[in-house]
Design a protein around this ligand. Structure first.
Ligand SMILES: [Zn+2]
Length: 128
């Protein structure tokens, strides 16, 4: 039998190490039997509210840019279809692009807004 603390040889009956004084045998006292293990904190229940917030956030991130894109395309096609019958397709294309350029800042804003709002919702949903 050897000391668990310093490793020196111990007498079979020694209660303490003659070298360092550490208690012989198990250095760490065994947990008393029947001692209740401290209750583990219950896993944070994912409340429906925060999960919903995260879901809405993800939807915002996805649909913000998508809505902006769809609005831009529909604007382009709308102007193109209305002008191509009067002007040539080349001019209609130019007019449609000009119209698209006009609303481009709004579209970018919508897309960014969706992403920012989505991120905020996800962060808020995680904290709770
Ligand atoms: Zn020892």
């Amino acid at each position: 039998m050897f000391c668990n603390h310093c490793g020196s040889k111990l007498e079979g009956t020694a209660a303490f190490c003659s070298n360092c004084g550490a208690p012989a045998g198990n250095t760490s006292p065994p947990t008393p039997p029947g001692y209740p293990t401290p209750p583990r904190p219950p896993a944070a229940p994912s409340s429906g509210g925060s999960a919903a917030l995260r879901a809405i956030g993800i939807l915002c991130i996805i649909f913000g840019p998508v809505i902006a894109l769809v609005m831009g395309i529909s604007r382009y096609l709308d102007v193109y279809s209305r002008t191509s019958s009067f002007f040539g397709s080349r001019d209609a294309e130019r007019l449609a692009l000009a119209a698209l350029e006009q609303i481009l800042p709004t579209l970018v804003l919508i897309g960014l807004l969706g992403v920012v709002v989505g991120i905020v919702l996800i962060v808020v949903g995680r904290k709770r």
